[in-house]
Design a protein around this ligand. Structure first.
Ligand SMILES: [Zn+2]
Length: 374
């Protein structure tokens, strides 16, 4: 029910369901109000700008100290934010295919895919797009909502990814519909959105990232896909330690692909990866440990299967950060101290299991322990 004390502009019209009533509003750190639709619960800034290009100037991917928009260190963020996406794509299409990454930035995700891929990107920022193009990505546009764009690429892609991009567009429903139109019949759209959670702290989303236009809730996201004929959608809220939630989801028209996705999402979110296949365990660790920062002794004991394939210095840096934060938390409470001890014990068990004799190529775990100062 709308809040009777809420004053809203007479012109409010929800981009997702067409509703004209606002249920509630929240003020961001910069004073801009976010209005939540009474019909579908999608959140949107009170005044949508006419264009968004002003947000994505060249310092967006390499933020100036104290700037309000963008990423502090894009490559580092991308490395741990996108590993699960890479593994999910490779599980869905082991041989490759045609892929479009909406908001591809410097092509980080596309460059890292294994297999034979025709790599396409949409990118607003020209400097980032030029780097992507140099690395073999065909940049096919700057805006998924450009007139005629979706029609020109109808049915063209096996995979479309939209990772932290749909919240930036001027019309989220049109962006989703355009993406679905560009998928091949068995194609899959993989997305991640910032989530206004019902149960977790949302302050990261309200006190930064002021270029965001949409503030999705679970109900709002479900409404977004419910209106598309023949489209099946599933997803889940992430619970990133120390950060507000995101929502990871996937959509397809193909029932078999939908079932495959359900299995892959179950592997990603499994509490205990011990019994999973190596590939499923890698997906679990890329999501739960590298993305979500939630190590458990069972996950740490399976880390070798991830590190032997996917170790990079940035991943080492991310994991070192993780253990440092764990240690800081451990100082704060007995429960966390016990948790940290079991993590510590699992790490020691891993280290004890390393081969004694030096090998031609350093074992990835040795590099990891070197990074974490062990
Ligand atoms: Zn609505």
């Amino acid at each position: 029910m709308p809040d009777p004390a809420l004053t809203v502009p007479a012109a409010f019209r929800c981009a997702v369901c067409g509703g004209t009533e606002v249920a509630r509003a929240t003020e961001r750190g910069d004073g801009v109000r976010v209005l939540f639709c009474a019909g579908c619960d999608m959140g949107v800034v009170e005044h949508r700008p006419a264009t968004t290009a002003q947000f994505y100037t060249d310092d967006y991917y390499h933020r100036v100290e104290g700037g309000a928009h963008g990423y502090d260190d894009y490559e580092f963020t991308a490395e741990h934010a996108l590993l699960w996406v890479k593994l999910l794509i490779e599980a869905l299409a082991p041989g490759g295919g045609a892929i479009l990454d909406i908001g591809c930035a410097t092509g980080f995700l596309l460059r890292r895919l294994e297999g034979v891929w025709r790599r396409h990107g949409i990118e607003t920022n020209q400097a980032a797009a030029a780097i992507a193009a140099d690395s073999g990505v065909e940049i096919i546009g700057t805006d998924v909502l450009a007139p005629g764009f979706a029609a020109a690429h109808a049915g063209a892609f096996d995979i479309i990814t939209s990772i932290a991009t749909f919240e930036h567009v001027l019309d989220i429903k049109q962006a989703v519909a355009a993406s679905m139109a560009m998928l091949a019949p068995t194609g899959v759209l993989i997305l991640e959105l910032p989530l206004i959670s019902e149960t977790r702290d949302n302050s990261n989303w309200y006190n930064g990232s002021y270029e965001h236009i949409f503030y999705p809730t679970v109900r709002g996201i479900e409404a977004l896909f419910a209106g598309l004929p023949g489209v099946r959608f599933q997803g889940f809220e992430t619970a990133t330690a120390g950060f507000s939630s995101t929502y990871i989801g996937a959509a397809t028209r193909d029932p078999a692909r939908f079932a495959t996705l359900a299995g892959l999402f179950a592997a990603m979110t499994a509490e205990d990866p011990t019994a999973l296949s190596d590939d499923a365990a890698r997906l679990n660790l890329a999501y739960a440990v590298v993305h979500d920062f939630r190590p458990t002794p069972a996950r740490i004991l399976r880390l070798p299967v991830l590190l032997e394939r996917h170790f990079t210095p940035n991943l080492g840096r991310r994991l070192a950060q993780l253990w440092y934060e764990d240690a800081v938390r451990a100082a704060a409470s007995d429960w966390n101290a016990a948790q940290a001890r079991s993590v510590e014990a699992a790490l020691e068990a891993l280290k004890a299991g390393l081969p004694d004799r030096p090998t031609r190529k350093p074992h990835p775990l040795r590099r990891f322990f070197a990074w974490t100062g062990r």
